[in-house]
Write a protein that binds this ligand. Structure first.
Ligand code: GSH
Length: 372
């Protein structure tokens, strides 16, 4: 109600009351900007690791893979599956890229497709071809010239491969990258596609032709489980780790641990996800599990449980780790230095934790399990 000055005791009292209320209101209002300011300091200015990939509601929304051309063995595409034409660029820290490294190894394609590993520590210029043993503790971020470790193109940064393929590309230059040495462009930067092409198109050239990471008889079930693992686990840890909102983090963690609980149960009955054979879905899960206690539990705060606390998942992880050729694809030094030293918004001190101790050489006790 609008205040109108009028004569009389009643009106005088009213005026006093209104005045004192206005005063109180002013005091309260003067606090609002302060709390907003204080809040802004603590939360409002908090930047996500990848701001362009953060939705309004604080969800990490991963950019789409940009290059998805297809290599075929039947001449149906411009990219024939032949030896020594394609080169794989990866980071040993990256779970997505590691899956392609594992597929290459299991199929025995080392002589057919070359490989270059980037320096695990990134700065704002992205992945660099710098000797990872020549001091990347100070290397990344330093403007000093460095020798390229890329034997194919002499690139200093992976971004150069993206730029040569599409000069308008303005996203993050991610690994893995499958590079065509003849066309001098990226054929594909999607790990799902790369694993599939290694398995299908390159099989005639593979050393282990009996290896099948995508068996036809379980195709639709496998696709379903892979999508579930991608969403809740592989990408789930990133959704928890890259958000700056409490409720988004908690929701991602709920879904992540609910999914791990489901797989713990499944693996009580069967040695691998689909019985006694190991398929691509197992390796996609492995790539996250092997990084879990070392980085996701600590760095991304996925800390309800460690994989060590899951009886079946831990045995399964050790079983896969001990599979022929796999341990050599896992580099904990690269994994730890990458996450803790690259995501400076999450870990501004860039200190790399010393632990945890993982006993991956121990007996896994899974051989007794059958097809489930
Ligand atoms: N292709 C993957 C994503 C690959 C990816 O994000 N790789 C990370 C490393 S784990 C990367 O290269 N990041 C580069 C950067 O952030 O600048 C997907 O489908 O989700």
């Amino acid at each position: 109600m609008k205040y109108r000055p009028e004569k009389g005791a009643y009106h005088c009292r009213r005026r006093r009351i209104v005045h004192s209320s206005l005063l109180k209101l002013a005091v309260v209002l003067s606090w609002i900007p302060f709390t907003v300011r204080a809040k802004g300091k603590r939360f409002g200015k908090m930047k996500a690791q990848f701001e362009k990939e953060q939705s309004e509601s604080g969800e990490f929304q991963r950019q789409e893979d940009a290059f998805r051309d297809w290599i075929s063995s039947d001449g149906s595409t411009d990219y024939p599956a032949v030896a020594d034409r394609y080169h794989l660029y990866i980071s040993l820290a990256c779970p997505w890229a590691s899956r392609t490294l594992i597929a290459r190894k299991l199929l025995g394609l080392e002589q057919i497709i070359g490989l270059t590993v980037v320096d695990p520590v990134r700065d704002e210029r992205g992945w660099a071809f710098r000797d990872p043993n020549s001091g990347s503790y100070r290397g990344a971020g330093s403007r000093e010239p460095f020798a390229s470790t890329d034997p194919i193109n002499g690139f200093h940064f992976l971004a150069e491969a993206y730029d040569l393929t599409d000069s308008k590309f303005d996203g993050r230059a991610t690994v893995p990258v499958l590079w065509d040495k003849q066309a001098r462009r990226i054929v594909n930067n999607c790990e799902d596609d790369i694993c599939r092409m290694f398995n299908d198109a390159f099989r005639p050239l593979a050393r282990n032709k009996e290896m099948d990471l995508f068996p036809q008889d379980i195709a639709s079930e496998q696709e379903k489980l892979s999508a579930f693992i991608y969403d809740k686990i592989n990408n789930g840890v990133y959704r928890a780790g890259f958000t700056t909102r409490q409720h988004v983090y908690e929701r991602a963690c709920d879904q992540l641990f609910d999914a791990l609980d489901q797989l713990e149960e499944r693996l009580a009955r069967s040695r691998y996800l689909f019985g006694t054979r190991i398929v691509e879905t197992d390796w996609r899960l492995f790539c996250t599990l092997i990084r879990f206690d070392v980085v996701y539990y600590i760095h991304f705060k996925c800390s309800l449980r460690r994989i060590l606390d899951y009886h079946n998942l831990q045995g399964y992880l050790i079983d896969l780790y001990q599979h022929d050729g796999i341990a050599e694809t896992v580099d904990f030094d690269h994994i730890k230095r990458h996450y803790y030293m690259t995501h400076e918004k999450i870990n501004p001190s860039r200190i790399v934790p010393i632990g945890p101790i993982l006993d991956l050489a121990r007996e896994h006790g899974r051989a007794r399990l059958g097809a489930g």
